[in-house]
Design a protein around this ligand. Structure first.
Ligand code: ADP
Length: 392
């Protein structure tokens, strides 16, 4: 990431330096032909300003007397430049060194940016001479987003490792215990049962990770199929019927008949199944889980309402994050992987739709899937083909 950024900056510096060098050459040629060489070091060669304006980074050009000839608005907003001064001492020192020896330099600096709170912002900086005229170009790239993405990635890897290590550790302990208890058939039966539980937990985590990696970041679907929403609801409910029966939870459905959506049936079943599985898992015995479908002018809505434990208000924003659980022990006890809602969110994005939640602790939760409603005459690729084939 850092490497990519630096090579992007390097490319841009190359571009700017190239333009400036070309311009400087033309300037000096013109100078030789017409007027004596002018002190070009206090002027920004034409064309450079446009290149700088197109750069995403904070860009500053210093003249040979360290005055700021040009600064992007980002450089001013971050407080790197004030008036016609470069106010970061380390950067100024670097610019002078570069002007002296012409060697391009890179570094990272911390700037206390008041606008964004007390914390310092870290910048990847590249300083380069500009066209051999005493001008120096300073490019600074805010590292906050890169660091945030890195932290998310690190957390994700740590979470995966933990999720995989826990059942593997349990399996290894159980295997040892079984060896020790080999002459006690009752104990062996009990421990092998637990081994099966841990194995299926491991399988769920891996299966969810595969689904997540397949779906996240995927482009919105180009060639969706026509889907019968009633079938999606039935398939999702079938998957949780046994668990619901064990807890005497009543499953009710309404409104799905005749609604047609566009999308990927398997993925929509996965999304709805995750929601009903949660509704059953986080509800006490002898309650009701309802799946209701309806259409509005523009959308198809499928909601899953339960009378369960609900979700505290402060957790509502985070439950769609990977591995986020309100109560980790409860989630594990119900076989949860912490990935279910993240998968639902990505599936809905892939369908140009969304998932929303309403919940009240102690009363229950309602999750709603929203999909764009197909235009009356919107057809899928396969229907087009079938019609064309029929016409031939
Ligand atoms: P998990 O596998 O832990 O269920 P999810 O991503 O499906 O992971 O859900 C994230 C968390 O959101 C759960 O751990 C649970 O705390 C909370 N949650 C999800 N659905 C419900 C629900 N219907 N009722 C109460 N809490 C829920």
């Amino acid at each position: 990431m850092q490497g990519e950024l630096l090579s992007a900056i390097a490319g841009l510096v190359g571009l700017v330096t190239g333009v400036a060098a070309g311009l400087a050459f033309r300037f000096s040629e013109r100078g030789r032909n017409t007027t004596p060489a002018s002190p070009a070091q206090s002027e920004l060669p034409a064309g450079v300003a446009e290149v700088l304006a197109a750069l995403p980074s904070s860009a500053v050009v210093l003249d040979s007397a360290d005055r700021v000839l040009r600064a992007s608005s980002a450089a001013r907003a971050y407080g790197i430049v004030r008036g016609s001064e470069l106010v970061i001492g380390d950067l100024l020192a670097l610019a002078r060194q570069v002007r002296r020896d012409g060697v391009i330099r890179e570094t990272e600096i911390e700037v206390a940016v008041r606008k964004f709170g007390p914390d310092a912002t870290s910048f990847a900086v590249r300083v380069a001479p500009l066209g051999g005229t005493g001008l120096v170009l300073v490019l600074a790239e805010d590292q906050t987003e890169r660091r945030r993405v890195e932290a998310v990635r690190r957390d994700f890897v740590a979470n995966i490792s933990h999720e995989l290590k826990t059942p593997i550790g349990a399996l290894s302990l159980l295997a040892e215990t079984i060896t020790d208890a080999s002459d006690d058939p009752e104990a062996v039966r009990r421990f092998t049962g637990r081994m099966q539980q841990e194995t299926s937990r491991l399988t769920s985590v891996i299966q969810d990770l595969i689904t997540l990696s397949r779906i996240q970041g995927a482009e919105p679907m180009a060639d969706p199929e026509r889907i019968d929403v009633e079938t999606v609801v039935e398939e999702a409910l079938d998957a949780v019927r046994t668990t619901a029966d064990t807890k005497e939870i009543e499953l009710v459905t309404s409104g799905a008949e005749g609604i047609v959506a566009l999308g990927d049936e398997g993925l929509l079943v996965t999304a709805l199944r995750n929601l009903v599985a949660n509704a059953v898992a986080y509800s006490p015995e002898r309650t009701r889980v309802s799946v209701m479908a309806q259409t509005t002018d523009t959308e198809i809505e499928i909601s899953v309402a339960d009378q369960g434990i609900g979700i505290p208000a402060q957790d509502l924003e985070r439950i769609f994050e990977r591995f986020y659980r309100v109560d980790a022990a409860r989630s594990r006890a119900t076989g949860g992987t912490g990935l279910g809602l993240a998968i639902v969110k990505h599936i809905m994005t892939h369908h140009r739709g969304e998932v929303t939640v309403w919940s009240k602790e102690g009363s229950g939760s309602t999750f709603t899937l929203r999909l764009p409603r197909p235009e009356p005459r919107e057809q899928t690729h396969s229907e087009d083909t079938t019609e064309r084939e029929a016409a031939q």
